[in-house]
Design a binder for this molecule. Structure first.
Ligand code: XMP
Length: 254
């Protein structure tokens, strides 16, 4: 089964569009650092019934490592019936991308987030190839990020085939052309979600971070066309993460 269909079926069966960004952040000098993995696993278990996937980033990958580190969290996600996404925003040359992707998939990740800036040939082509080799793993492309400086880069006009278009629309077109499983568009720019949705239709789902802490509004983004909402600190830093996760689940599933 393709990743796009896998996450859609988990989403439907749980009635949730929420992806937990499990970004617990600690340094070795912090109390509790040596039980970081166990704490992360506890939160994942607590909220699992309200989410359709978990996303892991540098905050866990760097201190825990991959094999026997975050791979244990990926195994737990699978035991709980949800897919795991690695958010490494891969953006190197082909052979490095290829090996990074192999390691992530070998460790069990179901999908990978990639920066389309590097282009296809000797860029992300090997990532798509490895995703196929590993049996329908997903590739999700950054398209328009949620932070303040995002317009500085993502709106740069690029000259393609006789005309100008903003960089993010080129990235959205690449998602269609390359057969990506998703694109990331930030919640703080709902008008961009609407524009990208117009191009992608129902072919490629939009993953939206930036709700909660960054002030993006779930309802606005849902109306604009987002399919999945990536939520981190507003869930895992809550006194009762499962209550926060349920609240996000409830507003995202109408
Ligand atoms: P929070 O705690 O802000 O975590 O809910 C968001 C997660 O998503 C990752 N990510 C992004 N975050 N804008 C974001 O705010 C983006 O465009 C974006 N792309 C990915 C972020 O690193 C964190 O893991």
């Amino acid at each position: 089964m393709k990743f796009k269909d896998y996450i859609a079926s988990v989403s439907r069966s749980r009635g949730s569009r929420i992806i937990l960004a499990l970004d617990l952040s600690m340094l070795p000098r912090d109390e509790g650092f040596w039980s970081l993995k166990e704490r992360a696993m506890k939160i994942l278990s607590l909220v699992s019934q309200y989410i359709c996937a978990v996303k892991i980033n540098m905050q866990l990958l760097l201190p825990l490592g991959l094999y026997g580190g975050v791979s244990d969290i990926v195994d737990l996600a699978h035991d709980l019936g949800i897919p795991a996404i690695i958010d490494c925003k891969l953006s190197d040359v082909g052979h490095t991308n290829l090996w990074a992707t192999k390691h992530y998939f070998e460790a069990g990740f179901d999908a990978i987030i990639v920066n389309p800036m590097v282009g296809w040939s000797e860029g992300v082509e090997p990532v798509f190839e490895v995703a196929k080799e590993y049996g329908g793993r997903g590739v999700i492309l950054l398209t328009y990020m949620s932070h303040k400086a995002s317009p500085e880069s993502y709106e740069l006009p690029v000259y393609v085939e006789g005309g100008f278009k903003p960089l993010y629309m080129l990235f959205a077109e690449r998602a269609l052309k390359w057969g990506a499983d998703g694109v990331v568009v930030g919640a703080t720019y709902p008008e961009k979600i609407r524009e990208v949705k117009k191009l992608l239709g129902d072919y490629i789902p939009i993953y939206t971070p930036g709700v909660g802490f960054q002030g993006g509004d779930v309802k606005n983004c849902l109306d604009a066309g987002s399919e999945y909402f990536i939520v981190g600190r507003a869930i895992f830093q809550a006194d009762e993460p499962e209550v926060a996760a349920k609240r996000f689940r409830d507003v995202s599933w109408v």
